[in-house]
Design a protein around this ligand. Structure first.
Ligand code: ZN
Ligand code: ZN
Length: 78
């Protein structure tokens, strides 16, 4: 296994997780929260994205960024 660096804090990480909202590879310290959405799907959000109301809202609604975009577009049409 190649050692990679966290794209947020540059720490060396052995097992990387990618934030679902910015796509960055992050370490456990930078992972703010994660949740299981379906049996196979997990949502991971980093501390940077947690600071964004939009992304945090999407996370709390169990939506990945693509779903959040669709939801936002549907809303604005009404
Ligand atoms: Zn990190
Ligand atoms: Zn992120």
């Amino acid at each position: 296994m190649p050692i990679t660096n966290c794209e947020r804090c540059k720490r060396e990480i052995f097992r990387s997780e990618a934030c679902d909202y910015c796509g960055k590879k992050i370490c456990a310290q930078c992972e703010r929260a994660s949740q299981r959405v379906k049996k196979v799907q997990r949502l991971v959000i980093c501390r940077t994205c947690w600071g964004s109301m939009k992304k945090r809202g999407a996370y709390k609604n169990k939506m990945n960024p693509a779903q959040a975009v669709v939801a936002a577009q549907t809303k604005s049409e009404f």
